[in-house]
Design a protein around this ligand. Sequence first.
Ligand code: AHG
Ligand code: MN
Ligand code: MN
Length: 335
Amino acid sequence: MAKRVSLTRYLVEQQRVDGLIPGQLRLLLEVVARACKSISQAVNKGALGGVLGSADSENVQGEVQKRLDIIANEVLIEANEWGGHLAGMASEEMDAIYVVPNRYPKGEYLLLFDPLDGSSNIDVNVSIGTIFSVLRMPEDDRGVDEGDFLQNGAQQVAAGYCVYGPQTTLVLTVGDGVAMFTLDREQGSFVLTQENVRIPADTQEFAINMSNMRHWDEPVRRYIDECLQGRDGPRNKDFNMRWIASMVADVHRIMTRGGIFMYPWDKREPNKPGKLRLMYEANPMAWLVEQAGGAATNGRQRILDIQPTQLHERVSVILGSKNEVERVTSYHSTL
Ligand code: AHG
Ligand code: MN
Ligand code: MN
């Protein structure tokens, strides 16, 4: 019988056999996975658990918070604050950083997350998820402040997401490729279901919110226009389109069968670089995609090389199958 590998065993092997991760990081990832399991339970209960609907509050980005945004945020904080593996946390749903209270030991890692991605899909029973990024606390730093979090994405030591869909799937990288784990609800554990995930370099499927077309910049307009011309246009092939409106679910599809995802800068809010947030949406996804052989840029630069200046800063995102991402990126330099 094929051996069944739990997340715990996978992480122990990454630590002990391959020496890829320290013990504290293994504990951190186990705790994040446990938190995702309980968020998954809450998501599954839906209306029966009273978790749907608005919370009648706004986050720092001026977005109305859903009950589940707040529940997921609390679950992640409560699960992670006491274990001694973290110095601080940052979340889409919290204005300021969360410093681990003094009553708990402080660890050497920083955890950043989008507790619930795809909020507009919660009430309509469409896939949503949690996205997370792990950084190391800068050395010789005694107090934790926002500046400690402002590291570029290339500094991440772990990144992942958990998608709550027909299955609950945790997707993880510690810099040694991408692995996927499916939640076995009877056993209550994540089981390794795919290792060495690879995104094909070519694709005929794009994901973008087409309703914003009139606001796009020229390079994005040119790329999509060429896709839409299909077999009769310069690409000589037909393209398919998908837009779930949960980045986590769109990226998961790309991890599974390739594709390109774009949430570019547009003219609606010209002073903002994009809609998605760099530190806890774009960076972890960009690293996962690169680890699976794909690419991720903001049109001009590799996302992982962007030096953040603010915790909640936004970024234009183009990620997925390498050849397509490179094509859109090249359109930015030629136009
Ligand atoms: P969040 O729910 O964390 O605010 O993120 C939603 C994001 C992302 O998941 C998705 O790709 C995008 O917003 C959808 O935006 P539109 O509704 O503009 O298509
Ligand atoms: Mn999000
Ligand atoms: Mn969110």
